[in-house]
Design a protein around this ligand. Structure first.
Ligand code: GLN
Length: 247
C-alpha cells in the first residue's frame, strides 16, 4: 500500500513536471575544449572549463544527473552523438540547417557571428570583401570555414583542426586573416595583446545550440525547460556575467 502511494505521488510530480522524468544518472557531454572562453582546458587544474561547461553542468544539476565531460576532436562530436557515445554535445556549435538534418538542437542559448581577425599591422582588411587575394585560416568544418567559402576571390583557405592552430598560423604570418566566432576571436585578442586584432563587426548571425541525437525528445524537452528556467531565474545571467562580464 505504502509503495503504491509513493509511486502515485511520484507519478503526480512527474506529470506536474516538477521532477525530471529521466532516471537520475549520468549525462555524457562531449565538447572540443579548444574554444575559449566557451570550453578549454584550464592550465592549472587540467580540467575542462568555460561558459558552455557551466551551462551544461547547471542543466545536469537541474535534471538530477551527473555530468561527465568528454573532450573530443571537433570532427568526432556529431558522429559520436549519432552512434550513442555521448548524450549531448555543447561546443559553441552553431545551429545550422545542415547539422539539424543529422541531430536535434536545443533552443538557442547564445547569439554570435563571425568576425575577421588580423595582425595589428594589417590596415587593408576591414570587411569580408577586403579578403580578396588573401590567405584565410579557419578551423575545418565550422561556420567560419563555411563563411570563408562564400567570399569571392580569396587566394586560399587554409583549414586547421582547431581554432588555436588557425590563430597560430596568423601570428606566424602563414595566413593574412582568420574568420572565427566573435567572442573566441576577442578572447584570442585579449590573451595576445599586440599580436592579433579583431576588425569590424560580426558579418553573420548565428545561434549556439546544444545537440542531442534525433529521437531523444524527452531529453531535449528537459534541456529546453532547464534553459528557460535558468534564463528566467537569473542563473543564466550569472554564468554570462562570470565569463563575459568584463565585455
Ligand atoms: N560556432 C562555430 C561552428 O559551429 C565554431 C564552433 C567551434 O569551433 N567550436 O561551426
Amino acid at each position: 500500500m505504502k509503495k503504491v502511494g509513493i509511486l502515485l505521488v511520484l507519478l503526480a510530480l512527474v506529470l506536474a513536471g516538477s521532477v525530471p522524468a529521466l532516471a537520475a544518472g549520468k549525462l555524457r557531454v562531449a565538447t572540443d575544449a579548444t574554444f575559449p572562453p566557451f570550453e578549454f582546458v584550464d592550465e592549472k587544474g587540467r580540467e575542462v572549463v568555460g561558459f558552455d561547461i557551466d551551462i551544461i553542468k547547471e542543466i545536469g544539476r537541474r535534471l538530477g544527473m551527473t555530468v561527465e565531460i568528454i573532450n573530443t576532436a571537433w570532427d568526432g562530436l556529431l558522429p559520436g552523438l549519432k552512434t550513442g557515445k555521448f548524450d549531448v554535445v555543447i561546443a559553441g556549435m552553431t545551429i545550422t540547417d545542415e547539422r539539424a538534418q543529422a541531430v536535434d538542437f536545443s533552443d538557442p542559448y547564445f547569439a554570435t557571428g563571425q568576425v575577421i581577425l588580423v595582425r595589428p599591422d594589417t590596415t587593408d582588411i576591414k570587411e569580408p570583401a577586403d579578403l580578396k587575394g588573401k590567405v584565410v585560416a579557419v578551423q575545418i568544418g565550422t561556420t567560419g570555414h563555411f563563411a570563408a567559402q562564400k567570399i569571392q576571390g580569396l587566394k586560399r583557405i587554409d583549414t586547421y583542426d582547431t581554432y588555436p592552430a588557425a590563430f597560430l598560423a596568423l601570428k606566424m604570418r602563414k595566413a593574412d586573416a582568420v574568420i572565427a566566432d566573435e567572442l573566441v576571436a576577442k578572447e584570442e585578442q585579449r590573451a595576445n595583446p599586440g599580436q592579433v586584432r579583431v576588425v569590424g563587426r560580426p558579418f553573420t548571425v548565428e545561434y549556439y545550440g546544444i545537440a542531442v541525437n534525433k529521437g531523444r525528445t524527452d531529453l531535449l524537452r528537459q534541456i529546453n525547460r532547464a534553459l528557460a528556467l535558468m534564463k528566467a531565474d537569473g542563473t543564466y545571467d550569472a554564468i554570462y556575467e562570470k565569463w563575459f562580464g568584463a565585455e
